[in-house]
Ligand binder design. Structure first.
Ligand code: CTP
Length: 412
């Protein structure tokens, strides 16, 4: 027999299991996905745990299962405060198998009353549903309407099949076979991974540090998480990435080049050097607007009296590369971190810096934290609002919009 290809190596699949006799087949889905190299995490509804124990899925996936939101422990939503946000943000794709009529209804309504629905509601990863239920439930107008709602939001559906059901009746409602569910999941990951294939992204991350003397600098509260998330997600979507960063480099990847910098001037040079090969520049870095005019060559001492720090403006990187970016056909995306008048300030920056898109966030929400909530603006106005979510999920949304624009640009 030919060996199973590890074509899903490193891909992150979140499996939601609901209460149906088909829950026992979900174990095989975990096994098949892992054989193909995917990482699998499992969330279960309470009803699912009545059919198959969480321990079964813990053993098969190698990770604690999110089952009881109130149970302290690795898998509980309450365990790390907001673990469901983490799991939802971690996932590249969510597979709901089996998807019972009840869970489909709760997902359509956007409930967050257990580990599965809370995680799904906090995730922007695409959904794949493998329904399993009795024929009359499948055919009920409520189920039809709920599925239509989920499809309209982009959910994919595999199955169900006609055949013998748990009740002994023959009819529509058997869950698609595990191998078929895994194929559909792989197809979804393939489709998701392709959107930036062949594109080169130039991403900046972190806050610049402007020296005051050999040991001190002027910096800012940027954690670099947003820029790092953009780089990681772009790699996941198939892009090549040049990451110009003030932070220690992330783990190596065959399609990742890292350029480490400290100051705004060094970042400007690095961006200028990488611009000719890039399709898209994403300026997520928090660049200092001023630097000490004359950094001291020796360490300033406590006893030094009459110290003054004279500041001079740094170069605005986006402004400095604007014309060249137009010449080279590079799509430029900026960020705007604001404390007041978010949209007006962001719009003004978009115009002044000649940007295709600007990602605006309130400093109080995004700066330094694990999560962000952003409004994405283009020349035509608001393109998308991303409600509070882990930075990888926000990054993915930004990249999907970039990919769609790139496609429209090349198609036009
Ligand atoms: N930026 C830049 N060069 C700078 C400052 C900022 O390229 N010297 C980029 C940032 O990376 C971001 C965008 O410009 O993509 C907006 O940055 P922000 O700090 O919000 O705005 P500023 O232009 O610095 O304006 P202000 O400080 O007045 O808000």
């Amino acid at each position: 027999m030919a060996p199973t290809p590890a074509d899903l190596a490193g891909r992150r699949v979140l499996l939601h299991v609901s209460g149906s006799i088909a829950a026992y087949k979900a174990g095989e889905i975990v096994t098949l996905l892992r054989k193909r190299g995917a990482e699998v995490r499992v969330a279960m509804t309470h009803a699912a745990t009545r059919f198959v124990s969480a321990m079964t899925f813990q053993s098969l996936s190698g990770h604690a299962v999110a089952a009881d939101p109130w149970e302290p422990g690795e898998g509980g939503v309450a365990a790390h405060g907001m673990a469901h946000l983490g799991l939802g943000g971690w996932a590249e794709v969510q597979v709901v198998a089996p998807a019972s009529a009840d869970l489909i209804a709760r997902l359509a309504l956007g409930l967050a009353d257990d580990a599965v629905t809370a995680t799904a509601l906090a995730s922007t990863a695409p959904l794949l549903l493998a329904p399993a239920m009795e024929t009359r439930m499948w055919e009920h107008p409520a189920t039809r309407a709920n599925l239509a709602t989920l499809r309209a939001r982009g959910a994919a559906v595999v199955g169900p099949l006609a055949g013998r059901l748990a009740s002994g009746d023959e009819g529509m409602g058997r869950m698609a076979e595990p191998a078929e569910v895994v194929e559909a999941c792989a197809a979804l990951l393939g489709a998701a991974s392709a959107v930036l294939a062949g594109r080169r992204l130039l991403v900046t991350a972190g806050g610049t540090r402007e020296p005051v003397d050999p040991v001190r600098y002027l910096g800012n509260r940027s954690s670099g998480r947003m820029g790092n998330a953009l780089a990681a997600e772009a790699l996941g979507l198939g892009a090549s990435v040049t990451l110009v960063t003030t932070l220690p480099p992330p783990s190596a990847h065959p399609r990742l080049d890292v350029v480490e910098v400290a100051t705004a001037a060094e970042m400007l040079d690095a961006v200028g050097d990488a611009l000719p090969g890039a399709d898209v520049l994403v300026m997520a870095a928090a660049v200092a607007d001023w630097r000490p005019a004359e950094p001291s060559e020796r360490k300033l001492k406590k006893g030094d009296t009459g110290l003054r720090l004279d500041l001079v403006p740094t170069a605005d990187i986006l402004l400095a590369v604007r014309d060249r970016a137009v010449e080279l056909g590079v799509m430029v995306v900026g960020f705007a971190a604001e404390t007041d008048d978010l949209l007006d300030n962001a719009r003004a920056k978009l115009e002044r810096k000649g940007l295709e898109l600007i990602v605006a966030n309130d400093v109080a929400v995004g700066m330094g934290g694990e999560e962000n909530a952003v409004t994405i603006l283009g020349r035509e106005g608001v393109v998308a609002e991303v409600t509070r979510a882990p930075k990888p999920a926000v990054a993915r949304r930004v990249l999907e919009i970039i990919a769609a624009r790139w496609e429209a640009r090349t198609a036009g």
